[in-house]
Design a protein around this ligand. Structure first.
Ligand code: 4AD
Ligand code: MG
Length: 459
């Protein structure tokens, strides 16, 4: 038996559902263009809504192509030239009723014979074809182009595939906060957050911060995932992350989406690599089946950081950045390594201990020599995923935090190791870099609807 108040709630919810069903029946049936071109409704009267992609007036007939964002293909509309209207131009918004019939042309299976065309919104004259760089200046109009509407469908499908992957594997999704007081990566790339107009509020001036402590936009949800991984064996988060990297490069954004996973009861980088590879494979397979495109499938390679340095040093290529042991791998190095290994995705493991954040597990191969970290490098992009085993040994973690002067700040993190700690590890995958890789898009600003980077925050 449900308690009385729950019963009342469920009756109210049922009532709402019924009136919703009634409302849905009363609304005239509108057909999405992806449904219309799928050929199932031939012989029926339908109504479509969308935006005009081409207008070809002929003597007796008027030909239009209409797109509503539901597929790359547009619907051909044929109407008597009497239905032509001066506002019917490229880009105008229309509502069209008519009969869906088999098309006499081989270019498409079906077409709509229009009885009525209403221009809902007129469109100023615009040129139809522009390069990606040019249209980037108009973020409010970009989604009207074919290439961008494709991208938005792909982002949406890839998001579904990622959520589905983790659900099937039994991971719990955690909504990690956007506002945080920690700098997870310790790289000082934080955006600080204060109420507008009070940005100058600093402790030394005697003012209070809004949260009493400095607060930032998150650079990574990892530390919050580690907290939840103390009660669930597999957790993940998928949300926006922010980095004040003063970079105009083709693979850095100030705001990007990251998929992060944290796995408990694991002691090997292979376990993490398996999840990264599996996630990449299943998301890409989903994309290939839902948005059929000829994207090359997955191959892999694993080398250690030390082997990577040896490969770079024995190459005749002159690099701009240093390649001695202990230096971080730069984009030029990552791209070279991927090419060297046959232009396939490449895992690089066991980075120098000193290059990695405080939480990375010491391999103890030599004192403080390498740490159990792994990056996945992919063709055309370089680093796509970064992950590590986390230092679960309290004494080692304590020493490391103390050396960095962070032991007070991260007292709570040390506590995680005192309350049922288990060996664990995780990784983050840059969603935009993933899209760049599978779509072969050169510039990261062309795989996100509203790119944010230094000196640019349009709209
Ligand atoms: O390698 P990163 O910095 O790793 C972390 O943040 C870890 N805390 C993740 C974890 O273990 N849970 O970032 C992870 C990934 C990179 O491999 C890259 O794909 C992407 O995030 N990324 C960026 N993408 C676009 N613009 C930027 N400025 C990026 N910085 C990192
Ligand atoms: Mg990284």
């Amino acid at each position: 038996m449900l308690p009385a108040n729950r019963l009342w709630l469920s009756e109210a919810a049922l009532g709402m559902l019924q009136s919703l069903r009634y409302y849905c029946q009363e609304t005239p049936r509108k057909t999405r263009i992806c449904e219309a071109i799928s050929n199932l409704d031939v012989g029926t009267k339908i109504k479509v809504q969308g935006w005009v992609r081409s207008v070809r007036p002929q003597k007796e007939n008027l030909f239009l192509h209409v797109n509503d964002g539901s597929s790359l293909q547009s619907l051909q509309v044929v109407a008597s030239s009497e239905l032509n209207h001066r506002l019917l131009t490229f880009g105008s918004a229309v509502e069209i009723s008519g009969s869906l019939v088999t098309s006499p042309s081989r270019k498409q299976d079906v077409e709509l014979q229009a009885d009525q065309i209403d221009v809902v919104g007129e469109c100023n004259p615009i040129k139809e074809k522009h390069g990606l760089e040019y249209i980037r200046q108009f973020p409010h109009l970009r989604c009207k182009t074919n290439v961008f509407s494709s991208l938005l469908r792909i982002r949406s499908e890839a998001t579904t595939a990622i959520q589905q992957y983790f659900k099937e594997k039994g991971f719990i999704q955690v909504h990690t906060p956007v506002l945080t007081s920690n700098d997870c990566e310790g790289a000082g790339e934080l955006f600080q957050v204060e109420p507008a107009g009070q940005e100058k509020n600093q402790d030394e001036e005697g003012h209070q911060h809004f949260f009493s402590v400095p607060a930032y936009l998150t650079v990574s949800g990892q530390l919050h995932l580690e907290v939840t991984a103390g009660a669930f064996p597999g957790v993940y988060t998928f949300g926006p992350t922010f980095r004040a990297e003063n970079s105009q490069s083709r693979r850095h954004l100030a705001e990007f989406y990251m998929v992060e996973a944290e796995i408990s009861f694991t002691q090997s980088l292979e376990d993490l690599m398996k999840v990264m590879e599996d996630l990449f494979r299943s998301t890409t397979e989903h994309l290939l089946s839902q948005c059929p495109e000829d994207v090359a499938l997955y191959h892999k390679h694993v080398i250690t950081y030390t082997e990577a340095i040896n490969i770079l040093n024995s190459s005749s290529k002159k690099f701009a950045f240093k390649t001695d042991w202990g230096s971080d791998l730069q984009t030029e190095h990552e791209k070279y390594l991927v090419k060297h290994c046959g232009d396939v995705p490449l895992f690089v493991t066991d980075y120098p201990y000193a290059l990695k954040p405080f939480y990375t597990r010491d391999n103890q191969d030599q004192p403080l020599h390498t740490a159990a970290a792994v990056d996945l490098l992919v063709p055309g992009v370089g680093e796509m995923c970064g992950g590590s085993l986390r230092e679960e040994r309290l004494d080692l973690l304590k020493t490391r935090l103390a050396q960095a002067g962070l032991d007070e700040t991260y007292g709570w993190y040390l506590d995680l190791r005192r309350f049922g700690s288990v060996p664990h590890g995780g990784f983050g995958m840059g969603f935009e870099r993933y899209l760049q890789c599978v779509l072969g898009v050169d510039n990261i600003k062309d795989v996100i609807p509203f790119p944010r980077y230094s000196h640019s925050c349009l709209l």
